[in-house]
Ligand binder design. Structure first.
Ligand SMILES: N[C@@H](CCC(=O)N[C@@H](CS)C(=O)NCC(=O)O)C(=O)O
Ligand SMILES: *[C@@H]1O[C@H](CO)[C@@H](O)[C@H](O)[C@H]1NC(C)=O
Length: 224
């Protein structure tokens, strides 16, 4: 039995953050695929508070929440490279700041822009772009947010690199404009090309089908 187990789903980008961290560091692990419409008793036992994936089980002890798990991996396998967080405390704080900014200020707005239509969609897009501009500035002169290698903030933004184009195809809108966000687009490409990233993404056609069905369901529920 592997001493590391990851509870994930085939598509959860929160769980993919952990897949990427374990893969880039070369930590051996087993995966347990959950069906979120019928969660296993193990998942409910290991993450009774949120009942969500990812959960990392290390030597029988469960850890939940992707940011917390990433920090745990960094602190536990200290000799495994690359480091996800820089040595300098200020730079570490900045990596955590951008990661949090992504989940607070970008992910929810891109999601709104994806699942809404008309005016609501337009408003979400404008707000998302305002926030993405901060990221564009942050990427000046850098290959990755973490510098030369993929780091903590890169992993937390990883979903952008692949899912944006899936959302764009399904919703039929441009979410990230090449002219306004050239550095972000370059970062997306660099991230996808980084070791272990592309091959761990779920198949594109499967993602398109999943998000198309989800969007149709959510739009059908909208009050007219
Ligand atoms: N803040 C959490 C978010 C995790 C999350 O939202 N996971 C989703 C899958 S993408 C989930 O397990 N949802 C199950 C549910 O809400 O019932 C993290 O960063 O780990
Ligand atoms: C839910 O999962 C359990 C075991 O994990 C399985 O036995 C059961 O058939 C599943 N139920 C449905 C409705 O898929």
């Amino acid at each position: 039995m592997a001493e590391v187990k990851l509870f994930r789903t085939w598509s959860s980008t929160f769980a993919l953050r952990i897949v990427w961290a374990l893969e880039v560091k070369g930590i051996e692990y087993d995966m347990i695929y959950e069906d979120l419409s019928n969660k296993s008793s193990m998942l409910l036992q290991y993450n009774p508070v949120y009942k969500k994936v990812p959960v990392l089980l290390h030597k029988g002890k469960p850890i939940s929440e992707s940011f917390v798990i990433l920090e745990y991996i960094e602190e536990t396998w200290t000799s495994k490279t690359p480091s996800l967080l820089p040595g300098d405390p200020y730079q570490r704080a900045m990596a955590r700041f951008w990661a949090k900014f992504g989940d607070d200020k970008i992910l929810p707005l891109i999601w709104e822009a994806f699942i809404k239509q008309g005016k609501d969609q337009e408003e979400a897009l404008i707000a998302a772009h305002e926030n993405l501009k901060y990221l564009e500035v942050e990427l000046r002169g850098k290959k990755f947010l973490g510098g030369e290698t993929v780091g903590f903030a890169d992993l937390t933004f990883g979903w952008l690199a692949n899912l944006v184009s899936v959302f764009e195809e399904v919703a039929g809108v441009t979410l990230i404009d090449h002219e306004k966000f050239p550095l972000l687009l370059t970062w997306m490409k660099n991230f996808m090309d980084a070791p272990k990233i592309r091959e761990t993404w779920p198949p594109r056609d499967k993602l398109i089908n999943k998000y198309r069905a989800l969007r149709e369901t959510l739009i059908a529920k909208e009050p007219k």
